[in-house]
Design a protein around this ligand. Structure first.
Ligand SMILES: [Zn+2]
Length: 369
């Protein structure tokens, strides 16, 4: 265990008492948030306990006097630019839990992001989304409508947050690293040696995991309705506004809802796998996610999503959140394992799972860019 002694009540209170609330609010408007985030992530990354104790400053406690002397010495030095706090990202919650925020806070959060010069990026991503929706539906949505739809109840909380970050291009990858002295090389994708961006990670990277995940999503939609969705950054961000086209022969109700779920969940899974690879798995491809592991992760994610849908049909769920059994049946029918052997209303049957889908690994349609 690590025992930290400090004379700062502000630090202890922030770390121990306030951080859950700050984290839920996406750290919007929190002073010194970079420092708190780094400390919390490192504390969480430890297996053992971290404890804090407050002592009165300038009262002769030896360690405290020495820390004070070093701090004063540091303060007299010329200021340095970027101090790399190096937070352990996987131990931090990503973004704000949108449902905990009121509009004023969201607006402040957007202003915070603008300060790190992402305003142009946000406008660009909104444009991409509009273009993709226009291409698929013939209609251009307003920006307000795009922001609204990411909060649709089809998206679980983490997906809402992910889409929100996508629209703001608020990810630590690629150009984000270019001004961080000593870490400029992190700007490049470790697989392709090109400048990384969220677009690269989700739709262009040569990472086998990325290709397997998209091929699984496509295989599911092909199995359900013989539909092959167009995957791009715009169609991911606009997934809640894009409908599956009425196809000849095999069209099924619920295809659009399934498409929204599969596209957003698959994109989020690709981002998660990429972060795990970069942060935990190191540069040796032998340690990266194998095809088997990737397929297992995808099936696990999608099956969890199916179970969440089924749970929301329960009569005890409040009516505002409850899903109609019919809607859930329509969404998932066609890709359920042993569906023929299940009753028509399989929602009440135990152990319903998405069937094993084989990714079309020999065909990498997404390698267009
Ligand atoms: Zn790449």
């Amino acid at each position: 265990p690590v025992h930290i002694i400090t004379d700062s009540k502000y630090c202890i209170e922030g770390i121990v008492n306030h951080s859950p609330t700050w984290e839920a609010k996406g750290w919007i408007g929190v002073a010194n948030k970079e420092w708190f985030q780094a400390i919390i992530s490192w504390a969480r990354a430890r297996a053992a306990l971290t404890t804090f104790e407050w002592v009165k400053g300038h009262s002769g406690v030896p360690g405290n006097e020495e820390a004070d002397r070093l701090a004063a010495e540091g303060a007299r030095k010329p200021p340095v630019g970027n101090i790399l706090l190096n937070p352990k990202e996987r131990f931090l919650l990503n973004g704000a839990q949108i449902s905990t925020l009121d509009q004023k806070t969201i607006y402040r959060g957007i202003k915070d992001l603008e300060q790190i010069n992402t305003r142009r990026a946000t406008a660009h991503h909104l444009q991409l989304t509009k273009a993709a929706v226009l291409f698929n539906t013939g209609l251009i949505p307003t920006s307000a409508r795009i922001w609204m739809t990411i909060r649709h109840k089809n998206n679980r909380r983490l997906i809402q947050t992910f889409l929100w970050r996508l629209l703001h291009n608020a990810f630590r990858c690629g150009e984000w690293w270019k001004n961080i002295t000593g870490f400029e090389e992190r700007k490049l994708c470790g697989i392709c040696q090109e400048v990384e961006s969220i677009d690269h990670i989700l739709t262009k990277c040569k990472s086998p995991a990325r290709q397997i995940v998209w091929n699984l999503a496509r295989a599911a939609l092909q199995k359900k309705a013989n539909h092959d969705p167009w995957i791009s950054l715009g169609t991911i961000m606009g997934a809640n506004l894009i409908e599956a086209p009425p196809a000849q022969g095999k069209q099924r109700p619920g295809t659009s809802r399934l498409q929204t779920i599969l596209v957003t969940e698959s994109a989020y899974l690709i981002w998660k796998i990429r972060c795990e690879r970069v942060i935990d798995r190191g540069p040796d491809p032998a340690n990266w996610h194998s095809e088997e592991e990737t397929k297992r992760l995808w099936h696990k994610t999608i099956n969890r999503r199916l179970q969440a849908d089924i749970a929301l049909t329960h009569p005890r769920v409040p009516t505002t959140k409850r899903l109609k059994a019919k809607e859930v049946l329509n969404t998932w029918s066609g890709i359920i394992k042993d569906e023929d052997l299940l009753p028509d209303n399989w929602i009440t049957a135990a152990g319903v799972l998405v069937g094993d889908l084989n990714p079309l690994t020999e065909r990498f349609i997404l390698d267009h860019g």
